[in-house]
Write a protein that binds this ligand. Structure first.
Ligand code: UFG
Length: 329
């Protein structure tokens, strides 16, 4: 039987497909290529171009392929865009997931692992953040992901489907081979923006605020390697296949780095001075986000392997140096 990866041409999806194939799994990928890249899909995966809001497309796919479990990455994920175009997020993330669930139920597919986010918590009540902490998203993106989680909860009660929701902290890095990596347009994430400087694409990187109540005044985040995230999905699929109950897990390293520390590490890794300028705070940025991943470690048996910031930035740099224009390079 095959594993269906929805959004398998996106950043985290494509890395998960590589790891699944590495483990000898049969993999089917569906992606509408709105933000994904066909070139990032492993050649051993069977690819279907289509949209999760298209029920006929999904029904057809479930009839053609013998699917055991679904991994669902197909969503829009830009916090800023979600505030200026909230209905796009309700449409793709929430309505899309509703259609997907309808199709899964009518085709008898009863296991799904899906992408959630640290943005479901909003401003944290304490650090490290636990899965049981309050969830009050401060942006539409986080709100739609939290609503997806709730939709899964009620649908699982009614129809017996089981799910695992994975709340990612700051996904970063690239596949060790340098073949696939991060390519967003527009790019808003810190590490790819920093690496645009040594790549000659930008003169300096902006530091969004240096007056936070942190050790050096800049925001602290929990950076987690994309390959470690990919492994967590594989373990979550196994966990459901063994008959375990639906659950929600944080995915992070449990260690925080400041924006200054990330820039300093990138200087070491690239050997480039990477000039930085202080600019105003970005609206909606919490000062500190660090995960407690104890639950994923204890229950899923997940342990991040690429947890040094140097290694994270080295793998990202290997990809960006050789692909300055992403998949168009
Ligand atoms: N930052 C800068 N300069 C930049 C870009 C970012 O200083 O040019 C800072 C941000 O202010 C933040 C940190 O670098 O403090 C990381 O920013 P990212 O945009 O890379 O990531 P976020 O922490 O904002 O976002 C991540 C995920 C989102 C998720 C969010 C949860 O990428 O999907 O965490 O809060 F919603």
């Amino acid at each position: 039987m095959a594993i269906l990866v929805l959004g398998g041409a996106g950043y985290i999806g494509s890395h998960t497909v590589f790891e699944l194939i590495d483990k000898g799994e049969d993999v089917v990928v569906a992606d509408n290529l709105q933000t994904g890249h066909r070139e990032s899909v492993h050649s051993k995966a069977r690819f279907y171009k289509g949209d999760i809001r298209d029920e006929a497309f999904l029904n057809d796919l479930f009839k053609k392929e013998n699917i055991s479990s679904v991994i669902h990455f197909a969503a829009n994920s830009l916090v800023g865009e979600s505030m200026t175009d909230p209905l796009k997020y309700y449409d793709n993330n929430l309505y899309g997931t509703m259609i997907l669930l309808k199709s899964m139920i009518s085709n008898g597919i009863d296991k799904i692992v899906f992408s959630s986010t640290a943005a479901t918590y909003g401003e944290p009540e304490s650090i490290p953040i636990l899965e049981t902490d309050k969830t009050e998203p401060t942006n539409t993106y986080g709100e739609t992901k939290l609503s997806m989680e709730k939709m899964f909860k009620w649908v699982s009660q009614a129809h017996g489907l089981r799910y695992v929701s994975l709340r990612y902290f700051n996904a970063c890095g690239a596949h060790i081979s340098g073949k696939i990596g991060e390519d967003h347009s527009p790019e808003t994430h810190l590490i790819p923006l920093i690496l645009q400087v040594p790549n000659g694409k930008r003169e300096f990187v902006s530091i969004f605020g240096d007056d936070y109540k942190t050790k050096d005044g800049t925001c602290i985040r929990d950076y987690i390697h994309v390959t470690d995230l990919a492994q967590a999905h594989i373990q979550a699929v196994k966990y459901l296949a063994e008959g375990n109950k639906s659950d929600i897990f944080n995915l992070g390293n449990g260690v925080g780095f400041s924006v200054n520390e990330v820039i300093e590490t990138a200087r070491k890794v690239t050997g480039h001075p990477i000039p930085a300028k202080i600019s105003p705070r970005r609206a909606g940025d919490p000062a500190i986000l660090i995960a407690s991943s104890k639950k994923a470690k204890n229950i899923l048996g997940w342990k991040p392997k690429h947890d040094s910031l140097e290694e994270i930035i080295e793998t990202a740099w290997r990809w960006h140096k050789n692909h300055p224009d992403g998949y168009n390079s």
